[in-house]
Design a protein around this ligand. Structure first.
Ligand code: PRP
Length: 444
């Protein structure tokens, strides 16, 4: 029976087309179960996007996990055959925690793994296959590559995909697992990378394999966006999310000085959305804590947010510039003159649980974290906590509540951030804004 394409969802259609592409290129379809022994992830946390995985115990008392990753299981279950080239492809769901919201998501991945006797030619072929995958998905795409040697780049630059391939100095990955070329694929209109891959010989070493490996995955769910109504972000305007309030007003003044004025923004009304057709710029006033979300999800190309938000929520955005305004500091503070008990678990009240957890973990100190939403300074006064981790600007709030600064956790200032996909498809405009704002900073 033939199946009409009309009965398929967008993601299903792409999964089938990608699988056909991979099988035609000699990849063997690989099927696996949804769970795996937790130990595999406990030993390789650095290879995972997030530390947290969903675990459960089976009736035999084995601790299992819903797979946050496919590569580890494929390698674990494969034979160590250094003299052979093994090529497999898969379409599987993985279960990952969203760094910002901490909610688990089911993510459909389609990809390939090529391991064993991997030579330069095979690395080249895998990169070309990644490019062919991108071409199958969209017309306007970019494959960004880092750590490519001169010979390989020469070959790639002579390929039919040359115009879509961009070299970049770094793509942040864990060097304990990845050793050579890494790459990410972006499509105009999809806010984050739809393809991600690279060479992971170090993971092979860690798993006691005597051979090399390279692979990539396509995040098929993101492709549903391709057929949705085009958002404002896809026109030739630059969309800027400004934090509502004094900081946002200062930032707008900087943009205006740099030649991106939008006079209607100064009118006294309740509008949140302003554009200057001539300058092709659009501004939105949004809650300061939400700016990074607008940018990460592609509802804005650029945004301005504090380093505190970037450190706390780790949004998947590109940080472009320190604007040297909104300067304050993340501090540990406690009751003036109070003696701390160094041996018992420290009770820490804060809005910034990630920052505080990481700070004390780096010091090897056990803490009991108490998440509050505001008026943090009151917690030690009422005996709710021993210390607080909070923002200090003038120091007035601490002083008026009989608290003192104890340790600096992080100096903070406002940062210009950009959506990762916009950085590829509106690169010239974004580079110009960065340069002009940078000039203003130098001259002030
Ligand atoms: C922030 C921060 C401190 C205060 C520090 O609070 O949480 O409480 O500002 O400023 P200062 O050093 O100049 O006194 P915010 O005004 O955001 O209110 P919050 O209590 O709701 O966090």
């Amino acid at each position: 029976m033939e199946i009409s394409e009309q009965v398929l969802q967008t993601s299903e259609k792409y999964i089938l087309q990608l699988r056909a592409l991979y099988v035609a290129n000699g990849y063997r379809p690989y099927r696996m179960s949804k769970f795996e022994e937790y130990d595999l992830y406990a030993k390789n946390k650095g290879f995972l996007v997030s530390d947290n995985v969903i675990t459960f115990t089976d009736t035999n008392g084995r601790l299992l996990a819903l797979k946050p990753d496919v590569t580890l299981s494929i390698i674990k279950n494969s034979q160590d055959l250094p003299q052979e080239l093994q090529k497999v492809c898969y379409s599987e769901n993985v279960y990952r925690e969203d760094k910002g919201t901490k909610a688990f998501k089911e993510i459909m991945q389609t990809g390939v793994e090529c391991f064993g006797k991997v030579e330069d030619e095979d690395v080249y072929q895998v990169i070309i296959l990644a490019a062919k995958s991108m071409q199958l998905l969209a017309a306007d795409w970019v494959l960004e590559l880092a750590n490519v040697d001169a010979v390989m780049w020469q070959r790639l630059a002579a390929s039919e995909f040359a115009g879509h391939l961009h070299l970049t100095p770094v793509i942040p990955v864990d060097a304990n697992y990845y050793n050579g070329t890494v790459f990410k694929g972006y499509i105009n209109g999809v806010p984050s990378a739809v393809l991600s891959g690279g060479q992971y010989d170090r993971l092979m070493e860690k798993m006691h394999r005597h051979s090399k490996a390279i692979g990539f995955a396509v995040y098929v769910d993101l492709l549903e966006r391709l057929e949705q109504v085009q958002t404002a972000v896809q026109d030739d305007f630059l969309n800027v999310a400004l934090p509502k309030g004094r900081l946002g007003e200062k930032v707008y003044a900087m943009f205006a000085k740099a030649g991106y004025e939008c006079p209607s923004i100064l009118e006294n009304n309740r509008k949140l959305f302003f554009e200057n057709e001539e300058k092709k710029i659009r501004y939105y006033w949004v809650k300061p804590n939400d700016v990074a979300k607008y940018v990460e999800r592609g509802a804005a190309d650029l945004g301005i947010t504090g380093l505190d938000i970037l450190a706390e929520y780790e949004p998947d955005v590109t940080e472009l510039l320190d604007l040297k305004i909104g300067i304050c500091r993340m501090m540990v503070a406690g009751i003036k003159g109070a003696k701390m008990n160094e041996t018992s678990t420290l009770r820490v009240a804060t809005k910034f649980t990630n920052i505080a957890t990481k700070y004390y973990r780096s010091k090897g100190r056990d803490i009991d974290i108490i998440k509050l939403h505001g008026s943090i300074e009151i917690a030690p006064l009422l005996g709710l906590s021993d210390v607080i981790v909070d923002i200090v600007e003038t120091g007035t709030t601490l002083k008026e509540n009989n608290l003192e600064e104890l340790e600096t956790v992080l100096p903070i200032s406002a940062r210009l951030i950009a959506n990762k996909s916009a950085c590829k498809f509106k690169q010239e405009k974004i580079d110009l804004v960065k340069k002009e704002l940078g000039n203003i900073l130098v001259n002030e």
